[in-house]
Design a protein around this ligand. Structure first.
Ligand SMILES: NC(=O)c1ccc[n+]([C@@H]2O[C@H](COP(=O)([O-])OP(=O)(O)OC[C@H]3O[C@@H](n4cnc5c(N)ncnc54)[C@H](O)[C@@H]3O)[C@@H](O)[C@H]2O)c1
Length: 366
C-alpha cells in the first residue's frame, strides 16, 4: 500500500506521524512510504534519515494525499480539506465532537476517517490515546507549575505559590477532574513536587483500584459537583482530564464555579481537544497559550504533547505502527474484520458517521 505522511500544519505542532524506524518496518513489509519534506525536522528526524529508511521524500502535499493511506498526528485543518477524496483512508487524531465542520467535509468527500482516539480495546482502554495522554498529563502539570509563578512568561501573574510549600507553609492544592491517563500522570508529576493532590473520578471501579495504589500525597474521590465546588476556593491548580470516548468532554464547570477560585490560580483544561470542561474554556495556541477569566489563568492547549516532540513522536509511532501495518498489510476491510478495536476507530465511512459516540455528539450539527 502507498502510505503518505504529511508535515503537520497546525500552529507549532512539532510531531510527525511516524519515525524513520517505523518507515523502515513499513518499507520492509513491502509498502511505499511518501514523507513530506521536513515533516520530521522538529522531532529531530531529517529528510535524509527518512530516505535512508526507504521513504520517498517530496515537497508536494498533493503527492502525499494521493496515497491510499494517509497517517497524521492532528486533525486536518481547513487548508487540508482540498485534499480530501473518496478512496483515501485517513488515520489520525480527529476529535470530531469538537469540529463538526471537519466531520461535514469528511462526509461530503467520502474519505474513510479513522480516529486514533476512538480505537478501543475490549477492556475499554484507548491504546492510541493513552501514550499521548500520558505525555499530556505530565506536560499539563509542568505548565501548571510554570503559570502558578508570579513571573511565568505570560502577561498574567500566578499566585506565586511553590507547589511543595516550604517549612511550615503548606503545599499547594491541585484538583484533577478525571483519573485516567492524563489525570494520573499529572497527579504523579505534581505529587513528586510535594503538592497535595485530589483526583475526582466518576468510575467506581477506577476509584477503588487507584485508592489501593496511589502516591501518599494523592487522594482519589468520587466526582460530584458539590465535592468539586467545595474544593475550588482552596485550589491552586485545576486540571481538566475527564473523557467519555467520542463525546464532548463533560462540562463540569460553570463560570460561577471558576469564579470561586483564587485570583492567579491556574486551570489547565487538557480536555479542550474534546470541547473543554468549562464554560470559560476556549482553545489556545503556543503563540498565545493563556488567557484570564474570573481572575483565573486558563491554559487550553489542544496539542500539549507537541511541546516535547522527540518523546511524543516516538511514543505515538510505537502505539500506532501495529495498526498502520495491519491496515497496509491486509487492506482496511480485512484489518477491521480481524480487529474489533480498529473497527471502533472508524468515525466516518462512505459519507456516514459510523461511530456511535461521535454520531450522538454531532447530532443536529452535521
Ligand atoms: N490537550 C491535549 O494535548 C491532549 C492530549 C491527550 C489527551 N487529551 C484529552 O484529555 C482527556 C483525557 O484523556 P485520557 O486519555 O486521560 O482519558 P481516559 O479515558 O484515560 O480518562 C478519562 C477519565 O475521565 C473519567 N470521567 C468521565 N466522566 C467524568 C466525570 N464526569 N467526572 C470525573 N471523571 C470522569 C473517566 O471515568 C476516566 O477515568 C481527553 O479529552 C483527551 O482527548 C488532550
Amino acid at each position: 500500500m502507498r502510505i503518505g505522511v504529511p508535515k503537520e500544519i497546525k500552529n507549532r505542532e512539532h510531531r510527525v506521524a511516524v519515525t524513520p524506524e517505523g518507515v523502515a518496518l513499513l518499507v520492509g513489509a513491502g509498502h511505499k512510504v511518501v514523507v513530506e519534506s521536513r515533516a520530521g525536522i522538529d522531532s529531530a528526524f531529517t529528510d535524509q534519515a527518512y530516505r535512508k529508511a526507504g521513504a520517498f521524500v517530496t515537497d508536494s502535499a498533493d503527492e502525499i494525499w494521493r496515497c491510499e493511506l494517509v497517517i497524521k498526528v492532528k486533525e486536518p485543518l481547513p487548508d487540508e480539506y482540498r485534499h480530501f477524496r473518496k478512496g483515501v483512508i485517513l488515520f489520525t487524531y480527529l476529535h470530531l465532537a469538537a469540529v463538526p465542520e471537519l466531520a461535514r467535509e469528511l462526509m461530503a468527500s467520502g474519505v474513510c476517517a479513522i480516529g486514533y482516539e476512538t480505537v478501543q480495546l475490549e477492556s475499554g482502554r484507548l491504546p492510541l490515546l493513552a501514550p499521548m495522554s500520558q505525555v499530556a498529563g505530565k506536560v499539563a502539570a509542568q505548565l501548571g507549575v510554570q503559570y502558578l509563578q508570579k513571573e511565568n512568561g505570560s502577561p498574567f501573574q500566578g499566585t506565586g505559590r511553590l507547589l511543595g510549600g516550604m517549612g511550615s507553609l503548606n503545599a499547594a492544592r491541585v484538583v484533577i477532574l478525571g483519573a485516567g491517563n492524563v489525570g494520573i500522570n499529572a497527579a504523579e508529576t505534581v505529587a513528586c513536587l510535594g503538592a497535595e493532590v485530589l483526583l475526582l473520578e466518576a468510575n467506581e471501579t477506577r476509584i477503588h483500584t487507584l485508592q489501593q495504589k496511589t502516591h501518599k500525597n494523592i487522594q482519589v474521590h468520587h466526582y460530584t459537583h458539590k465535592n468539586l465546588i467545595g474544593l475550588l476556593p482552596t485550589c491552586d491548580l485545576l486540571i481538566g482530564a475527564a473523557l467519555i470516548p467520542g463525546k464532548h468532554a463533560p462540562m463540569l464547570l460553570q463560570r460561577s464555579d471558576i469564579a470561586l477560585m483564587k485570583a492567579g490560580s491556574v486551570f489547565v483544561d487538557v480536555a479542550i481537544d474534546q470541547g473543554g470542561m468549562s464554560e470559560t474554556s476556549r482553545p489556545t495556541s503556543y503563540e498565545d497559550p493563556v488567557y484570564l477569566e474570573e481572575g483565573v489563568i486558563h491554559c487550553c492547549l489542544p496539542n500539549l504533547p507537541a511541546a516535547v516532540p522527540q518523546t511524543s513522536t516516538a511514543a505515538l509511532t510505537h502505539a500506532t505502527l501495529p495498526y498502520v501495518r495491519k491496515i497496509a498489510d491486509m487492506g482496511l476491510d480485512a484489518a477491521v474484520a480481524s480487529d474489533p478495536s480498529l473497527k471502533l476507530g472508524i468515525n466516518i465511512r462512505d459519507g456516514n458517521i459510523v461511530h456511535e459516540g461521535v454520531r450522538s455528539a454531532l447530532a443536529g450539527q452535521v
